[in-house]
Design a protein around this ligand. Structure first.
Ligand code: HEM
Ligand SMILES: *[C@@H]1O[C@H](CO)[C@@H](O)[C@H](O)[C@H]1NC(C)=O
Ligand SMILES: *[C@@H]1O[C@H](CO)[C@@H](O)[C@H](O)[C@H]1NC(C)=O
Ligand SMILES: *[C@@H]1O[C@H](CO)[C@@H](O)[C@H](O)[C@H]1NC(C)=O
Length: 331
């Protein structure tokens, strides 16, 4: 090494990483670069939720499905194109409601006017989800910021990362464990089913021709079965029919979901299984008895979800449009 480069190299190393390769998320990440970030997201979210009350549940599910597949990087917001099928078009994601994507787009549009090129789509999704959960009665949790967005999204990457209602509880526990979520955290997070809907196809096997012995799943409350059968009578013709996940307080984020499970009012097979399996029942019983305990556990677990595998610093990019990586944008 020449004398000159021996002197230059350390100097260059000092100068190049203006952006650290990786860095920690912080609560005040946009304090200087976009001071109205939180206020703008809050306002867009509130307007949207008041106009379309299903936004909160949809956005919470979108956020979870984004984070649990390759980290919270807004890869789920990318649209497919002629050359690529994106995460959003994997079967498990096709029922995600357009309003959840729209609330992020609206916030992004406002933020690009206010501070162009600064705020990532993944930070918007995380902040919006927290605001929406609080707005419908759920716990507040701090959202640290500074995520970068992914530069790609592939439908095939979703495989194996998202639990399905017809999986065994062992399989579901394994999926969460593979992402470092404990059984207790899994039960708390699934308390998200205190809001929102499931389409009839997700639980039809529990209410129609369940088995040679019983026409419905015997772990279900019989009156609940009757109601769901009526609702879903035409589900094969009309795939849009959906039932409340929490029939007792469908729009309110509370612990009623767990009380329901104790009474056979769990909608999905995976929900109901948690109330009887000895690995999960203690937590179902705890959260059914104590909403404060549920809220604390949910808030902690959501904070953990929100930092799962995040990209920071020079990894990823701040997408200009949330539905398209910057390299694919023409304008
Ligand atoms: C234990 C494993 C889980 C399974 C098997 C599962 C499965 C499902 C299914 C099948 C639906 C219905 C989708 C539809 O028909 O449109 C649903 C809805 C929902 N899930 Fe989960 N889920 C699980 C855990 C979670 C977690 C951890 C969260 C968030 C923290 C979550 C949030 C939601 C929300 C908010 C909805 C309602 C969506 C809406 O109304 O648009 N789920 N889930
Ligand atoms: C579970 O449901 C999915 C999608 O509805 C289906 O593709 C899969 O075959 C089912 N698995 C089992 C074990 O029934
Ligand atoms: C796994 O979760 C525990 C408990 O939340 C946490 O303390 C630990 O840092 C996590 N480990 C990894 C590798 O993320
Ligand atoms: C409910 O849970 C909270 C938080 O864990 C705890 O502080 C409180 O003592 C519990 N309440 C009852 C009645 O057990």
């Amino acid at each position: 090494m020449s004398m000159a480069s021996r002197l230059l190299l350390p100097l260059l190393l000092l100068l190049i990483p203006l952006l650290p390769a990786e860095s920690k998320l912080t609560l005040d990440y946009y304090k200087k670069t976009c001071p109205n970030f939180a206020q703008i997201v809050q306002q867009v979210v509130a307007d949207k939720q008041l106009a379309i009350p299903t936004t909160a549940a949809g956005t919470l599910r979108v956020f979870f499905h984004d984070c649990i597949v390759g980290g919270c990087d807004a890869s789920l917001l990318i649209s497919s194109n002629a050359f690529n099928k994106a995460e959003r078009d994997n079967d498990v994601n096709t029922a995600l409601p357009g309003d959840a994507f729209d609330v992020v787009t609206r916030a992004k549009t406002r933020l690009e006017l206010e501070c162009p090129g600064i705020v990532s789509c993944s930070d918007i999704l995380a902040e919006a989800t927290r605001d929406l959960v609080s707005m419908v009665g759920g716990p507040f949790f701090p959202v640290r910021l500074g995520r970068k967005d992914s530069v790609e999204s592939r439908a095939a990457d979703v495989e194996g990362h998202i639990a399905l209602p017809n999986m065994t509880l062992t399989k579901i526990i394994d999926i969460f464990a593979s992402k470092n979520f404990s059984v207790q955290e899994m039960v708390a997070l699934t308390g998200a089913h205190t809001i929102g809907f499931s389409h009839c196809s997700e639980f039809a096997n529990r209410i129609f021709n369940y088995s040679p012995k019983s026409d419905h799943d015997p772990s279900m409350n019989p009156e609940y079965v009757q109601g769901l059968r009526k609702l879903c009578a035409n589900y094969k013709q009309d795939s849009t029919i959906a039932a409340f996940n929490d029939p007792m307080s469908p729009g309110k984020f509370d612990n009623t979901y767990f009380v329901n499970l104790q009474r056979g009012l769990g909608l999905l097979a995976s929900d109901q299984a948690m109330a009887s399996d000895p690995r999960t029942k203690p937590f179902v019983d705890l959260y059914a008895a104590n909403q404060t305990a549920f809220f604390q556990a949910f808030a902690h677990a959501m904070e953990k979800v929100s930092v799962h595998n995040v990209k920071t610093g020079r990894k990823g990019e701040v997408r200009r449009r949330c539905d398209t990586p910057n390299s694919m944008q023409t304008n």
